[in-house]
Design a protein around this ligand. Structure first.
Ligand SMILES: Cc1cc2nc3c(=O)[nH]c(=O)nc-3n(C[C@H](O)[C@H](O)[C@H](O)COP(=O)(O)OP(=O)(O)OC[C@H]3O[C@@H](n4cnc5c(N)ncnc54)[C@H](O)[C@@H]3O)c2cc1C
Length: 405
């Protein structure tokens, strides 16, 4: 590991949406201040386009970009390793068992699956938090469709073609939309006439997408039902086994597939490092996105509990906010070093797009003067693709030396 002596380290942990944006902006701002060096740490050598994981799980498309390609010819020093500890008193983090000092720290470790201590869930369910999770789902679904095609027993076949998704939030919904189209096509490819896929979403709240706009929620529900997805709201998963899923209403869904998207929690290292932790177990930050436990530490993205001053509510865990926060913390650290005033975080809510499979999505967009435009269909799916592409374009713009292979 390169430890630079005599320079002050600005360390960003996590190279997801928030972290990579913060590191690139820091590099640009601190270019003329050679006393400071920018360090980026991640357990993977790639940046994951997490908002497209549901597509990767179904269509096996690439959703990672090598970090080397993004930070090429920048002053950013990348460290591949797991952050195992954050010591606020000594101002060090540990990469593996190696301590590393920081002057400023940006915690951008994202989130991981929360299994809520549900019996059998961690052991038997698939999850969708990383590119390797997506690959596992892809393999599993391919195997289920292929096996079903030659299975003579209709009951066994039914079980193979029943896919249970636990959690009706954005991840579960987008995955369900993608799965319906894909599995139906796969069964046609195998010329399987004696069975149709059954996709069931189990949601503990009153409705799917509990954190989303009401109108959007209704459109999404309508379209999913039209596609044949079964929605079970107000229902909890209580146990998962190799043969199926037991629900709080007593029903047992005999199924060969349980995909759990029903909860997230922050990385253990962030939770156990002495930060003030608030609602949903996230790091409490002030209006400048500094941890209230230590002003030299900033937290952004899924692992931060930022409050929207306009509503008084926590800012949702979403890529659009992680990106905004990444840019702002870089500017606030720079302001701190220069002794100028920092900027308050005010989230820009431009809208929301929920993909519902190939060529279909539901969206709403914020228009000037508190007006809202809601729409469903192909145009919304184009908008979803454009948002994903915009992230790549902004990364390229921020890094300037990007190479396309
Ligand atoms: C299927 C799916 C669809 C989604 N769709 C949307 C959408 O349409 N719109 C939207 O706004 N949001 C969407 N989201 C949510 C969005 O992806 C997250 O809110 C966003 O990724 C959060 O960004 P982040 O920077 O906080 O964390 P992440 O992007 O998760 O990055 C965290 C990084 O930290 C690294 N890391 C974690 N722990 C350690 C450790 N101990 N040591 C070293 N490195 C570590 C990880 O490898 C990762 O690179 C979706 C999520 C999923 C799963």
């Amino acid at each position: 590991m390169v430890v630079e002596h005599g320079t002050k380290n600005i360390v960003v942990i996590g190279a997801g949406y928030g972290g990579i944006t913060a590191a690139l902006r820091l590099d640009r701002l601190f270019r003329h201040l050679p006393d400071y060096s920018i360090h980026l740490i991640d357990k993977n050598p790639f940046h994951t386009l997490k908002t497209q994981l549901h597509e990767a799980a179904v269509h096996k498309r690439g959703v990672t970009i090598d970090i080397g390609r993004i930070i090429r010819r920048q002053r950013i020093i990348f460290h591949l390793g797991i952050t195992t500890a954050i010591n606020l008193r000594e101002k060090t983090i540990h990469i593996g068992d190696q301590p590393f000092p920081f002057e400023f720290l940006v915690v951008a470790l994202g989130s991981q699956t929360n299994f809520h201590n549900i019996a059998g869930l961690e052991q038997f369910a698939l999850t969708l938090q990383s590119a390797s999770d997506a690959e596992k789902i892809y393999q599993h679904i391919s195997v289920m469709c292929a096996r079903a095609s030659s299975e003579p027993d209709p009951n066994v076949r039914k079980r193979m073609l029943r896919f249970v998704i636990g959690g009706g939030g954005l991840t579960g919904i987008e995955l369900a939309g993608e799965l319906v189209d894909h599995i139906s096509q796969s069964l046609r490819d195998y010329q399987l006439s004696g069975g149709s896929p059954e996709i069931i979403i189990v949601e503990a709240s009153e409705d799917i997408l509990p954190a989303s706009d009401k109108e959007l929620r209704e459109q999404v529900r309508k379209r999913l039902l039209e596609k044949g997805v079964r929605l079970l709201a107000n229902t909890r998963v209580v146990e998962v086994s190799l043969s199926g899923v037991t629900l709080s209403n007593g029903e047992v869904l005999r199924s060969g597939t349980m995909i759990w998207t029903g909860g997230i929690r922050i990385a253990d290292v962030a939770r156990e490092s002495g930060f003030s932790i608030g609602q949903s177990g996230r790091i409490v930050v002030n209006e400048y996105l500094q941890s209230v436990s230590d002003p030299s530490v900033y937290a952004i993205g899924d692992n931060a509990l930022a409050i929207n001053p306009a509503t008084g509510h926590p800012v949702p865990a979403a890529a659009q906010f992680a990106l905004q926060q990444g840019r702002l913390v870089a500017e606030n650290i720079y302001a701190d070093v220069l002794g100028t005033s920092q900027r308050r975080y005010v989230p820009k809510v431009w809208g929301e797009v929920v993909s519902l499979g190939r060529h279909l999505a539901a969206a709403w967009l914020a228009l000037p003067i508190l007006r809202k435009l809601a729409f469903v269909g192909f145009i919304a799916s184009l908008l979803k693709a454009a948002i994903a592409e915009k992230h790549i374009i902004l990364l390229k713009k921020e890094s300037r030396n990007w190479i396309s292979y």
